[in-house]
Design a protein around this ligand. Structure first.
Ligand SMILES: [Zn+2]
Length: 237
């Protein structure tokens, strides 16, 4: 073995010793450059929504609320599941890398439907919450998609101007009221004929997408909207 190759291998082994490549779901150390271990890959509930972006459970939730082109989500979000643990880590355990890795996965899986998209638009957090968390998980998800597709991330379209309390313990009606007018447009720069992919972590009732999309549609002419999420709750009422 040439010495340069040997040094490269040793370097990689040392790197892996300190920064091992682990399954982002269960943290098992992986010996190859994978996202999930075989067990998680096999058991994670992928939705397959990208096979039918206009007619799936996500699209149904937004039907008659947003004039959308298509809706996609990577996983079903089931309580106490691997997906829930993964989402918890990327939101509350200082793991923006997980959101970004899932973005790359979405970039690969959704590739066929991303060709007409002009901007990836992360659902913004209120600036106080983002400061507290240190990052916006939806922005990290968008960055991962962008890395694969080269579609730019655009954070200059809307902002969140009301600091809503956490949604976890609210029912659908309360959530809708809670998010009804929480976004405002950030810039009046024309988005004419642009197609935006709004991105969020978990979709439950769809109220957040509804509010964000309609803020954009109310303030811009001839703009197309699609929606993408890391996970979709299996029930939300
Ligand atoms: Zn795993």
């Amino acid at each position: 073995m040439p010495i340069s190759k040997l040094l490269l291998d040793i370097g990689r082994d040392l790197f892996q010793l300190f920064y091992p490549n682990t399954c982002i779901s269960c943290a098992k150390v992986l010996d190859r450059d994978l996202v999930f271990c075989p067990s998680c890959q096999f058991s994670l509930p992928f939705t397959g929504f990208e096979e039918n972006i206009k007619s799936n459970d996500f699209a149904t939730r937004l039907m008659n609320r947003i004039d959308f082109e298509g809706c996609m989500a990577l996983f079903w979000y089931v309580k106490a599941s691997r997906v829930q643990k993964m989402v918890h880590k990327l939101k509350y355990k200082d793991r923006p890398d997980i959101a970004k890795t899932l973005g790359k996965l979405a970039g690969d899986l959704w590739n066929n439907h991303l060709t007409g998209i002009d901007y990836l638009v992360p659902i913004p957090l209120h600036k106080e919450r983002q400061k507290w968390r240190g990052y916006n998980q939806s922005d990290e998800f968008a960055k991962g998609i962008s890395e694969i597709t080269n579609i730019p991330v655009n954070n200059d379209i809307i902002f969140r101007d009301i600091h809503t309390s956490t949604q976890t313990n609210k029912n659908t009606a309360q959530r809708m009221q809670n998010v009804l007018e929480i976004f405002s447009v950030k810039s009046s720069k024309s988005l004419e004929n642009k197609h935006l992919l709004l991105l969020d972590d978990v979709v439950t009732s769809g109220a957040t997408f509804d509010a964000a999309a309609n803020t954009i549609l109310d303030n811009h002419k001839n703009v197309k909207i699609s929606c993408g999420a890391i996970a979709i709750a299996d029930h939300w009422a």
